[in-house]
Write a protein that binds this ligand. Structure first.
Ligand code: ATP
Length: 441
């Protein structure tokens, strides 16, 4: 059972089956930007749905938000991004390659020679990762604004609005899914590090003295979440940020790392942000960001526990986890994506053995019934074996085959993607059988 050793094979499967394409491919592509194809978009939607449910449905004290990508430029002064959201950049004077200084080897740092061509490296300079743009029609009078580099600030600035309108009382959380943009110096590794990506962030507002306990609770809740999307715990671990690695806002920080083919790498960050963000916004906006306890009338600035996951990175981890090349008894190799049925892009394939003799009509009727609840794919072309293999690569957990006996006995063959075992089921039981195994919970 061969698992994934590099991203190369995954990139090719992702393109072949319509999960992920290079952005603007017909123009030669644009670096580190990707488009999700018909299967990819379904997979990513399921990932988002699972995360959203795990936050806003599972806990009564978490509500949602969808803030604008473009925000008042002062937000980014208050947050510290204008002054400090930078990476140290060095250039090679000879081949013009660019590097993040902190990713260079000890040897290159000391010799100041470029690892690729041996050329001399420039001194490092701080490079701000925020994308700038102009707001307003008249150039010159227009103001410079930023594409948000994280979704979190949209939550912080809406804290008073949510308190005033939602009846939430501390402790409570605000969850948001949305795009973020970073002009990364060294993007790469497929969709691991891109310049446009989606975040799934939840900020949990707590009493300061309870923040350490809530931090532990959220660490546990977040790592166990990954079972739901089919990522095994043995491929996950926590990595603590040491005192010299902590971001300016953080009191404590742990990453959840996944064992990607490139090695253990960050999937999600969990941070105790203290009262830094609310205090900063209070200072820069002049508006109160405090909370009044309705029982005691005590007024204080809450601490924030943040859980910040990358949707694309989680999707990549799910793709890596699912990928397998299996050598069969006859020596042939089948590539199969073992997605958890809940997040598989296509849940059921309906495959008439042949098009003729009423099988097509029977199959289409069945498809129309099932598609009200599941994402169903109908395929009538080619040999049945080849159709199964296609569905294995798409990660479809169940294939339902309709043959001539079906017309007589109203039973269908259901093939399991992982075991390739086939069972015969009365068509009247099919819906309930599938629902038990597939429905998002
Ligand atoms: P890294 O150290 O990988 O640059 P980070 O610590 O800056 O990440 P955060 O600011 O904590 O990341 O962002 C939260 C999450 O957003 C990350 O755990 C990751 O899943 C995702 N993320 C951050 N930057 C990118 C990116 N350039 N491309 C894809 N996902 C990203």
């Amino acid at each position: 059972m061969a698992k994934l050793e590099s991203f190369e094979k995954l990139v090719s499967l992702a393109k072949r089956r319509g999960f992920i394409f290079q952005s603007s491919e017909i123009y030669g592509g644009i670096n580190a930007c990707y488009d999700y194809g018909p299967l990819g978009v379904e997979l990513k939607l399921n990932v988002k749905q699972m995360w959203w449910n795990a936050m806003t449905r599972e806990y009564d004290n978490i509500v949602g938000l969808d803030a604008a990508i473009l925000m008042h430029p002062k937000v980014w002064e208050a947050s510290g991004h204008v002054a400090g959201f930078t990476d140290p950049l060095v250039d090679c004077k000879k081949c013009k390659s660019r590097f993040r200084e902190d990713t260079l080897s000890e040897e290159s740092m000391q010799s100041r020679l470029c690892p690729e061509c041996g050329g001399e490296l420039t001194e490092s300079r701080q490079f701000n990762l925020m994308f700038k743009t102009q707001m307003g029609a008249v150039e010159g009078t227009a103001s410079t604004i930023y594409l948000r580099p994280e979704t979190a600030q949209g939550i912080f600035v809406n804290f008073p609005n949510v308190v005033d309108t939602s009846r939430m009382q501390i402790p409570f959380g605000i969850a948001q899914i949305g795009k973020a943009f970073r002009n990364e110096i060294t993007p790469g590794n497929f969709i691991f590090r891109t310049r446009e990506f989606e975040q799934m962030e939840m900020q949990f507002f707590v009493r300061p003295e309870e923040s350490d306990a809530w931090f532990e609770t959220w660490k546990e809740r977040r790592i166990s979440f990954y079972d739901k999307v089919g990522i095994s715990q043995e491929n996950l671990h926590f990595k603590e940020h040491g005192p010299d690695e902590l971001a300016h806002y953080a009191r404590a920080a742990f990453d959840i790392e996944y064992k990607f083919p490139i090695g253990w790498s960050e999937l999600e960050g969990i941070h105790n942000r203290s009262d830094f963000d609310l205090r900063q916004h209070e200072e820069f906006s002049g508006k109160s960001m405090t909370y009044r306890d309705p029982q005691t009338n005590e007024v204080y600035t809450p601490f924030i526990i943040e859980t910040s996951a990358g949707c694309d990175r989680m999707t990549l981890a799910i793709l890596c986890e699912a990928y397998e090349e299996e050598t069969l008894d006859d020596g042939s190799v089948r590539t199969v994506m073992h997605f958890h049925p809940r997040i598989a892009p296509i849940k059921v394939a309906i495959l008439p053995l042949v098009k003729k003799g009423g099988l097509k009509e029977y199959s289409l009727e069945l498809r129309d019934k099932l598609k009200r609840q599941f994402n169903v794919f109908y395929d009538e072309k080619g040999a049945i074996g080849r159709r199964y293999r296609r569905m294995d690569e798409a990660g479809t957990p169940y294939c339902v085959t309709i043959d001539f006996d079906t017309l007589e006995d109203h039973a269908v063959t259901v093939r399991d993607r992982d075991t390739m075992e086939q069972i015969r089921l009365p068509v009247s039981d099919l819906h309930a059988w599938l629902a038990e195994r597939i429905l998002i919970s």
